[in-house]
Design a protein around this ligand. Structure first.
Ligand SMILES: *Cc1c(COP(=O)(O)O)cnc(C)c1O
Length: 338
């Protein structure tokens, strides 16, 4: 039970909740959603996901608002993204309605784990899909399992936004052009661990990945999208190997609402020094403002200051206000779970 959780001191870790939601595709059809208290998956050792990385996941949050209502943020967008991930890994995509229903069911079952409004915490939802066929050969995997579980998580920045330091490292790439960078495949994370670990040991929060073909353009900042701001313009990279972040998509819309211009185009490394603000964006933090970027090869150092800039602050506030029910949800992004 959630009764004894110290809501003001939770971090980002697994917390056991009441139940999780599952369904499976047997090669012909999806089963109805089932609810279980079981935290484990009993699996044959020759299940394909274990050997060939046939797995993709999602991450989204539910928030208890200022009005006490619980809101799921852009759940349909996560449903569609998991479908595109499944298709690219030759798994059967889960119908959008089933995904949405599973997330709503999950939140309802775990209502007492949605943190109180004042805590600034939220309920993180982790749906995932994997190739469940028992086989040894490498081939497509029609049998698929879907699981959605959740865990209450604390705010990314305790005590307000902090500027992060990031580093450009050309030794290892995260994803190849026309590879799997544009889907949320678990394997992309596996291939980012080595460079992420190196960055962390050097004292940086994240690695700034460049395009794998030429190492000329900005791709992503760790497992978050990148944006820069200059002259009333919000600029974010366009590339076939970037994960289409739902946070970034939301920030682009809000930037336009605020009268900023929005550009999605290749960003050469040399352009970094021309931005007045830069940030990493994703569900975890919404925006992690970038304080500085150091290039390990050219030794070039770009600084954006010690406080988040006005555009980053305004975008962050507006998105958070929508998620917590403090601002009008003009774009219809929230689903209220009752
Ligand atoms: C999940 C993810 C993001 C952020 O996407 P959101 O939908 O905004 O949470 C960015 N980059 C990568 C590589 C990711 O896996």
């Amino acid at each position: 039970m959630a009764a004894n959780i110290d809501w003001n001191n939770i971090g980002f870790g697994y917390v056991k909740t009441n139940a999780n939601v599952r369904c499976s595709y047997d090669g012909k059809q999806w089963s109805p959603l089932t609810v279980t208290e079981d935290e484990y998956i009993h699996m044959h050792m020759s299940t394909m996901c274990l050997h060939y990385g046939i797995e993709a996941f999602e991450g989204l949050k539910a928030f208890r608002g200022v009005d006490g209502k619980v809101r799921l943020f852009r759940v349909q967008d996560n449903a569609r993204r998991l479908q595109s991930s499944a298709k690219k890994l030759c798994m059967t995509p889960l119908p959008e309605e089933t995904f949405v229903e599973a997330c709503i069911k999950l939140v309802k079952l775990n209502m007492d784990f949605v943190p109180p409004y004042e805590s600034g915490a939220s309920l993180y939802i982790r749906p995932f899909i994997y190739g469940a066929q028992v086989a040894l050969g490498v081939h497509t995997c029609p049998e698929t399992e879907f699981v959605a579980f959740c865990s209450p998580v604390g705010p990314y920045f305790k005590g307000g936004m902090q500027m992060i330091k990031v580093v450009i490292d050309r030794v290892q790439d995260r994803a190849a052009p026309r590879g799997t960078g544009d889907i949320k495949a678990g394997g992309n994370y596996a291939s980012s661990l080595l460079s992420g670990d190196k960055a962390s040991k050097l004292g940086y929060a994240n690695v700034m990945y460049l395009d794998a073909a030429e190492h000329k353009y900005i791709e992503e900042c760790g497992a978050a999208n990148f944006f820069g701001v200059k002259d009333g313009t919000y600029v974010t990279p366009a590339s076939p190997s970037i994960l289409p972040s739902i946070t970034n998509k939301s920030l682009r819309t809000l930037a336009e609402d605020m009268g900023l211009k929005v550009e999605q185009r290749p960003i050469p490394v040399e352009e970094l020094k021309t931005f007045s603000e830069a940030g990493a964006c994703g569900t975890a933090a919404v925006i992690a403002p970038i304080g500085s970027i150091y290039d390990l090869d050219t030794k070039e150092f770009v600084e954006y200051g010690t406080e988040p800039g006005p555009v980053s602050l305004a975008l962050y506030k507006q998105l958070r206000d929508i998620q917590y029910g403090r601002a009008e949800d003009k774009h219809g992004w929230c689903v209220i779970v009752e």
